[in-house]
Structures are given as C-alpha cells and as structure tokens.
Design a protein around this ligand. Sequence first.
Ligand code: GLC
Length: 553
Amino acid sequence: MTQLEQFAAPGSEWWRSAVIYQIYPRSFADASGDGIGDLPGITARLDALKDLGVDAIWLSPFMTSPQRDAGYDVADYRDVDPLFGTLADFDTMLAEAHARGIRVIVDLVPNHSSDQHEWFQQALKAGPGSPERARYIFRDGRGENGELPPNNWESVFGGGMWQRVTESDGTPGQWYLHIFDATQPDFDWNNEEVQEEFRSILRFWLDRGVDGFRVDVAHGMIKTEGLPDYVPPADADSMGGGQADVPYWGQDGVHEIYRDWHKVLAEYDGDRALCGEAWLPTLERTAEWVRPDEMHQTFNFPYLMTPWDAEKLRSVIRESLDAFGNVGAPSTWVLSNHDVVRHATRLALTVDNPQGEGIGPNTAGKPDPVVGLARGRAATALMLALPGSAYIYQGEELGLPEAMEIPDEYRQDPTWFRTNGERYGRDGCRVPLPWDADAPAYGFNETGRSWLPQPSEWAQFARSTEEADPTSTLALYKELLVKRREFGFATGSLVWEDAGVDAVAFRRGDVHVLVNLGSAPLPLPADATIVLASQPVEGSELPVDTTVWYTRG
Ligand code: GLC
C-alpha cells in the first residue's frame, strides 16, 4: 500500500472531506530567484504544507503561457512554462507531494486559450469560413462594413468582448469573442475537434498521475445560440455570480461537457475529481454542477460572497447543505482565492466592493486591520467546523490581509489596464508569500526579487514569526485542521442551536460551535469547556468577532 492509500479513509472518496490548499505558483516560493515562484519552489516547501495538515493542493496554471492573465492564457496545455520549470519538475513535485500523502489538482482552462496558441494562430491565417476558425468564435461585424462588433457583450475585464482581426490581405476582417482579455479567445465548445482535444489533455495529466482538475470558468463554455445582445446591470459582479439568465454564463449545454469528462476520469483509478469554478446566481443552480454523473465538486461562491452577518450566514449554510445534499454531493466551503479580496480584509470593508474591483490606494471603506483579522480568523474557525470539503488560499493561514497600497506602476492584472485604472483588480491578493521575517523578499527567494512588491509590514505575517507564536493565525489553522479531523467534522450533519440573532450556533456531535457576529460579548454556558477559540476567551463571555468550539459538562 502506498502512503497515499494509507492516508485516505478506506472506502471513502477523498474529495468529499478534503481540505484543499490553493497554490498560486507565481507567488508561493521562488527557487530560481527571478521574482516569480516556480515548481521547484513548491517542492521545496511541501513539508510546510504537510505540517499545516492539508489533504490536497490545487495549483493555478503553470502551463506554457505568455502570462497576459497570469497563466490563465494557455498557449500549450501539455507543457510547463519555463518561468515555472519543466515537466520533469512537475513530475518531481507530484511524486514528492504524493509521498507526503498530499493529493494534487491542476488547473484546466478550457473556456479560452492564449492568442499565441497554435490553433488560434492557424485560425488567424486560415480566414473566414475555415475549419481552423470554427474552433473559436469568429463572426462578421455589424454595420455597413462590419465595423461594429457582432453584439454588445462586455468583457469581464472591462471594455467590449470582441476583437477585430486584420485578414491576411491586410483588410479589416472578422471579430472574435473573448469573455476575458483580448489575448484570451474563447473556444467554440460545439466544435468536435475542441471536445476531442480536451479529452486528450485531460488524459495527458491523468496519465502523469494528477488527482483531479479545477476547471476554470466552468460556467462560461457554452453561449446562447445566436449570441443575442445583453448588457449586465451596472452593479453586477464581473463573474456573473449575482445575475440570472446571462447569455454567456451558466448555459445548460455545459452539463453535457462535464458528463463526458466524468466518464474520462472514471476510466482511471483513485477517485480522480473535477472541481468547477462556476459563478452562479443561486445555490440550486450551483448544485446542478455536481449531480452524480457530472463534476465532483464546485466552489461555493454564494458562501464566499456572504458578508459578515449572522442571519445571512445561517441561511447560506442551511441552503448549501440542502442544495448539495439534494444531489448527493458534499458542500464545499471557501473564503478566499486569487480572484477576490482576501477575507481578512474583505469581511471588515465598510463599503461595497464588487468582485473584480479590488482595493488600491484610493479605495474608500478600507477596513480596520485588527477587526479584519479577528473576523478572518473567526470565519475560518466557522468554515472548518462545517461538513464537507474546504478550500484554503495560500497565505490565509498566515492571516495575510489584501495588499492595498501597491503603486500603480507595479500593477499587472488585465482588469487594471482594460478599465484604464478604474478597477484595481486582483493584484492585492496575489503578492508573494512571506516565509522568513529576516530574509530577502521575506524568504520568497534568495535574491529579494518579487513580481509584486511585498508590503513593508509583512514581517509580522512571515511563517518564521508565526511558527514561534502559539497565538498566531498559523497556529490556529494547524489546530483547526487537527481537531477537524479528530472530531470527524468533514462528514455527518449539524444541529442548529439558538444563541440569538447575532450568532451562528450549531452542534457537531458533542462539540458546540458558536460565532459572535454582534457588537457585544455573548454569554457562554456556565459548564462550557473550550476546545479552541479564534481569539483568546477570558471568563464566561465570547468576545465579538470570535468563534469558539466547546463541549459541556
Ligand atoms: C478564472 C480565473 C481567473 C482568470 C479567469 C480567466 O476566473 O480564476 O483568475 O482571470 O478565469 O481565465
């Protein structure tokens, strides 16, 4: 029996209960010293993840890419970008992770490729009506000379969703669709060559031994037939999470694709899994992604988007357990990722900040960092008490806040450029991790280089600092993960308890979980014995913005 087999509970599918740690490779650890993290950097730091106690890692894209959207613009789906290393480095990283009982999920980006992908280059050359163009979404423009885009859709990153090409004879030609940046043309998923190519890409990584895929923009791959006009409401979040009936989000046709992929994964041993990135308006719609013959998991974005509000949290938890339970899938839980403001900042913002807007020097409503960190810790201590699988984003175990003061000249998110600086975008949650308070680039590498500047006050969040402090956020995460496993919290059900309007309260077996989201301390039962707390609890009252796990008697 391999170490990986020993690690999994016999007879259970690992993804139903796993805590999965998202690695954003360019910002995790940089072995080469060029200022951008890489695969050898990850391998060298796997012991820290083992020590943290996670079950699996998900790696954001490291495939060949011109990096116009930090690797979410893939030019070759079967190779590693030299920035991150080589395929051999990947194999080593995978083997070393498996040797530690850590599963590995890779990011698959099927909605669009890079404009540098061989197929797109062929499409440009081949001209209108060709089979090469049919792999993407090329259309003639509107207007007398085709000078207007085929419809009025707006890119997630700002500006229009269509780009006009110059044909090989030098004349202005057709337009192609790009939900994201103009360097990210959308595939036409009705095209059989595209479908076959992605089956083959899945097999390429499955054969190498990956445990699954996080599927990028899983809700965008099919567009409404005829591509009808649509303008999103002004206050819509950019990924479409709050909106119903958008012609490029959540179309029913996507489910056929996942049923097909489910069969490909089922040919392999070891419970390989698909996790969909699907921003949808309701939990019922979200749960459709994980019906028994489709994906295995999907991110619970309605949970991530819930503000620090007891009533809203109680309802989203209840609705999540119902919606996923109804299709026989575990709920997932997530608070942070590389596309949203870090939750140790987000949960204390004082004005709305729709997804994709980001925070910069001029943003209103910046939070009190002490309140933010307290809420961030309390939110995680709640999340890790819930049944199902949970996602953790690199750096949240250190309590990292959003980097809010990145100078304009360092910004890299295409959102910033496509909106002419109106939206800061996502750079603030992507800053390289601090490992060592006293080393160059806080130990991210040995040279001190860093593709985004690290805030000067981050020594306090460095792993070396937190490892030496039993009250640190790192110590809390480790304790949460040990006790979550010990109490079997990942499976089973919860029983709601009533602790007033400003609390979230439930019982998991003998352990009670209580979160104080109000503005005054909450009484604890006289016979409560505290198992763990997200902040120090003295006496018989639970401070505000604090979560406690306790037993009675
Ligand atoms: C997903 C990724 C995001 C990327 C976009 C386009 O939403 O998480 O980072 O920009 O897809 O690929």
